[in-house]
Design a protein around this ligand. Structure first.
Ligand code: AHM
Ligand code: MG
Length: 320
């Protein structure tokens, strides 16, 4: 097992060496995400100062407003991913259509990402994150983004929290790296992460209970009777990160107003499911394993239930 404190770049290279046929292309793809996320992290940590700095520092000469952080994160991701030349197609929560970077014409991968998930939390200083999902190129069209979650070659997130962490999997265990801001390096802090088989926390926006179906209302009441705690940040990366470490269930179900829930498949539900399942947990839409969904639209929504294997399986069974 890799040693605690190992630098992410070395970790990526050592992983690459395990695959005899690796060309280095995949490592370059991951490194592009790493560099973009470091810049986003620096910007997020100064978010509270943007009004102050904006006047002197960040308003451009034509007098345009300081760029909103989610737009900035999106631009940074696009720039770094495009420059890497490894991606032939990209989809972002911020863009209606897929984009095809000129430099990535022969890129071997496609990527979907949410540059700054939970961005409504920026103003209240709550942790937010970047989520990404990588698949292999098939024929170089936007259809390559419409692959089942199970076919991901990598998925991960960066959480901009009390510290910045990058957590990712290539389908062979989940590893977490903490950014040491003094040296600007991600260091292995959470090797081989595992979701506890069962937890004591449920995480759902209970304010929508009057739009849920009766089975869900009854099931959540059961958690209270069993002594579970409720934790809901309203920032998926933070809620999933806590679920990965402490166990329990994170859910964003369908309700009477949103028959498919709120969260998007390509860059929210699918990568998080890949991470959680690779850490020994479970993930479901209520109807099937999240990783079996074959998406049909770029911004398709799906209901989400994920977390500890026993908790998720019991919940999904009870809701059927
Ligand atoms: P966003 O992509 O517009 O930021 O919305 C996604 C966020 C998730 O991070 C979070 O799980 C969810 O919205 C919270 O929604 P709600 O406020 O309805 O509970
Ligand atoms: Mg989002």
């Amino acid at each position: 097992m890799a040693k605690i404190g190992m630098d992410l770049n070395r970790f990526i290279l050592e992983e690459e060496r395990k695959h005899k046929s690796a060309s280095g292309s995949f490592s370059l793809a991951l490194t592009a995400i790493e560099s973009a996320s470091k810049i986003v992290s620096a910007k997020v940590s100064k978010a509270g100062l943007s009004n102050i700095l904006g006047a002197a520092d960040e308003v451009n000469i034509s007098g345009d407003d300081v760029q909103k952080l989610d737009v900035l994160a999106n631009n940074l991701m696009i720039q770094h991913l495009s420059d890497s030349g490894q991606f032939c197609a990209m989809a972002s929560e911020e863009l209606e259509e897929a984009i095809f970077p000129e430099k990535g014409k022969d890129g071997r991968y496609v990527i979907a990402f949410d540059p700054l998930d939970g961005s409504s939390n920026i103003n209240v200083n709550v942790s937010i994150g970047t989520i990404f999902s990588i698949h292999k190129r098939v024929n170089g069209t936007a259809d390559d983004l419409m692959q089942q979650g199970r076919k991901q070659v990598a998925a991960g997130y960066v959480i901009y929290g009390s510290s910045t962490m990058l957590v990712y999997t290539t389908g062979n265990g989940v590893n977490g790296f903490t950014l040491d801001p003094s040296v600007g390096m991600y260091l292995l802090s959470h090797p081989d992460m595992k979701v506890p088989e069962k937890g004591k926390i449920y995480s759902i926006n209970e304010a929508y209970a009057n739009k849920w179906d009766d089975k869900l209302v009854a099931y959540i009441k059961g958690y209270k009777d069993k002594g579970y705690s409720l934790r809901y940040i309203g920032s998926m990366v933070s809620d999933v990160h806590r679920t990965l470490i402490k166990g329990g269930v994170f859910a964003y179900p369908a309700d009477k107003k949103n028959p498919d829930g709120k969260l998007r498949y390509l860059y929210e539900a699918s990568p998080m499911a890949f991470i959680i399942e690779n850490a020994g947990g479970a993930s479901s839409t209520g109807a099937e394993d999240t990783l079996d969904v074959k998406p049909e639209e770029l911004h398709q929504r799906v209901p989400v239930f994920l977390g500890s294997k026993i908790d998720v399986e019991e919940m999904v069974k009870a809701l059927k």
